[in-house]
Ligand binder design. Structure first.
Ligand SMILES: Cc1cc2nc3c(=O)[nH]c(=O)nc-3n(C[C@H](O)[C@H](O)[C@H](O)COP(=O)(O)OP(=O)(O)OC[C@H]3O[C@@H](n4cnc5c(N)ncnc54)[C@H](O)[C@@H]3O)c2cc1C
Ligand code: SF4
Length: 496
């Protein structure tokens, strides 16, 4: 424990974010580094509880609480307080393969289970995490560490999101020969195409991918396994296959007018916006442009918020975000509020930006979209809604609350319904659950002995921190499986 009285002396600081009115002029990351002295004060607030809850990730009533990676939070808080940054980095990298991602975009369920949060603001854990890893990169402590020995085992990882990258990283360090196949043109999954650049700069993703490549992982882009490469080829060339294909199938809103031009899935909008940002206008995919348009985002979650922030940067004329659930209560720092941060009212970066630009939080609660309306040419003109109330989980429409909203662009951000199975899963013979996810055991192994799965593809759409945790678990399962194979692993190469 750093400072015995730290939690009484210092209050929580807020992350330093650039001014919403200024940052919407570009696509740069809005997160700024914290001064070291302030970070040390924040580290000193950690009480090093006898029974810390922050590092035990679990799911309570459907919500994550605590860190699924079991990050050693009290320990690195103490080291930051004492200025032992290198030791803090060493500890952090033992449990988290990519703290530069989680430290930027994790919703920090660790903070909602911090014991200080029972009666005041919790320790600022996420900010400390990102500061440790950013400093480690700056100081040159993060360098390629190729494995000392290579085995003769070959592993194919399908999908390069956080689950696939983690699994590849772990297995590569065990000495296995890992190839990652990605159907898109860049590595990273939703880290690259999904989460917008202002939240997670793509150069941060590329920096880590380059490091993994330098350590010996073979990355192959533009390969859609199941189409460009058959499962027979996979089985012939690899001892183990790990499916980390995500859960990208979007939930649709099949109401009148759905076919109109101007209604898009959120992921199409976000992916194309990032591709245009990275490729420029000249090459490849063009963004869905909402400049001067009235935009409605249907869905009040994180994906919807990313659509809000992206629309603002493109110069939309107006913006509304619908949420079908009622407005959640404000967070109370008491016993009842503890462990329930995610279910309370939160204002995320997109809503801050919308409020700065248009004068109010763009969210409309308890609103159900009934039908879309268009012009003779088939272009969206607007949509009709009705207000709803909830009674014991049942949604009831309120008569007389029908309303028409002008909109030339609508983004559907109402969740995901599992994987895009295509022929891949069928050809491999893996069992699929009734949630459209891949069925796995505790070691992330499917019903086919040499096929494993990790991340959203087996968990359903979730969080980066869970994808990393799942990737680690799958890698441990694969390593144990390979070790038990009749032929012992052969050492192919020695360190230089
Ligand atoms: C818009 C959006 C914003 C989000 N923001 C956050 C956030 O701020 N914080 C957070 O913690 N979580 C966030 N999430 C959730 C988080 O991104 C996911 O839970 C996480 O990325 C899942 O990782 P994954 O590796 O399982 O899958 P993914 O990241 O989805 O990666 C799967 C990869 O597999 C590839 N693939 C699929 N099939 C094939 C095939 N046949 N052949 C080759 N490649 C294939 C896909 O192209 C993709 O690159 C967000 C999700 C979305 C949609
Ligand atoms: S990974 Fe997420 S839950 Fe774990 S310590 Fe970092 S911010 Fe907290």
């Amino acid at each position: 424990m750093g400072k015995k009285t730290g939690f009484m002396e210092f209050t929580r600081s807020l992350p330093i974010l650039s001014d919403p009115k200024q940052r919407i002029a570009d696509w740069n990351e809005f997160h700024a580094p914290f001064p070291v002295e302030e970070l040390q004060k924040q580290g000193a607030r950690c009480m090093n509880c006898g029974v810390p809850f922050c590092h035990v990730g679990t799911i309570i009533e459907g919500w994550t609480t605590g860190c699924p990676l079991h990050n050693m939070i009290p320990e690195w808080n103490d080291m930051v307080y004492r200025g032992k940054w290198r030791e803090a980095y060493r500890l952090l990298s033992l449990t988290n393969n990519f703290p530069e991602f989680t430290g930027r975009v994790c919703p920090a369920p660790c903070e909602s289970s911090c014991v200080l949060g029972i009666n005041e603001e919790p320790v600022m854990i996420k900010e400390i995490e990102v500061s440790i890893i950013d400093r480690a990169f700056e100081e040159g402590w993060v360098v390629p560490r190729p494995p000392l020995h290579r085995t003769d085992k070959r592993v194919a990882v399908i999908g390069s999101g956080p689950a696939g990258l983690t699994c590849a990283d772990e297995l590569n360090h065990h000495g296995h020969n890992v190839t990652v196949f990605e159907r898109d043109d860049r590595i990273g999954g939703l880290l690259m195409y999904g989460i917008p650049n202002m939240k997670l700069d793509k150069s941060i993703v590329e920096r880590r991918v380059n490091l993994l490549a330098d350590e010996g992982i073979d990355f192959r882009t533009n390969v859609r396994v199941g189409n460009d490469m058959s499962t027979d080829d996979l089985n012939r060339d690899f001892d183990v296959i790990v499916l980390c294909c995500g859960a990208p199938k979007p939930r649709d809103l099949n109401i009148e007018g759905r076919e109109l031009n101007g209604i898009h899935f959120a992921m199409d909008f976000l992916t194309r916006a990032t591709k245009q940002l990275l490729n420029g206008n000249s090459a490849g995919v063009k963004a869905i442009d909402v400049k001067e348009k009235n935009v409605i985002v249907i869905g009040g979650g994180d994906t919807g918020t990313d659509c809000v922030a992206t629309s603002i940067r493109q110069g939309c004329r107006s913006l509304v975000q619908f949420e079908v659930m009622p407005k959640p209560p404000e967070r109370a720092f008491n016993h009842e509020g503890w462990l329930s941060k995610i279910r309370t009212y939160q204002v995320d970066y997109g809503q801050h930006e919308a409020a700065a630009l248009f004068g109010a939080d763009p969210r409309e609660y308890s609103v159900l979209t009934k039908k879309f309306a268009g012009d003779e040419a088939g272009y969206l003109k607007g949509l009709e809604t009705v207000e709803v109330v909830w009674n014991e989980g049942k949604m009831i429409e309120v008569e007389g609350t029908e309303k028409f909203w002008d909109a030339e662009a609508v983004f559907l951000a109402i969740g995901f319904v599992g994987g895009e199975q295509g022929s891949l899963f069928g050809d491999l013979g893996v069992h699929i659950t009734d949630r459209n996810t891949i069925s796995v055991n505790d070691n992330k192994q499917t019903n086919v002995a040499n096929v494993f799965a990790a991340g959203d593809s087996e968990r359903g759409q979730s969080l980066i921190v869970w994808a990393i945790a799942d990737g680690r678990k799958a890698a441990a399962g694969v390593h144990a499986f390979l070790r038990d194979q009749p032929e012992p692993a052969i050492i192919l190469s020695a360190p230089s």
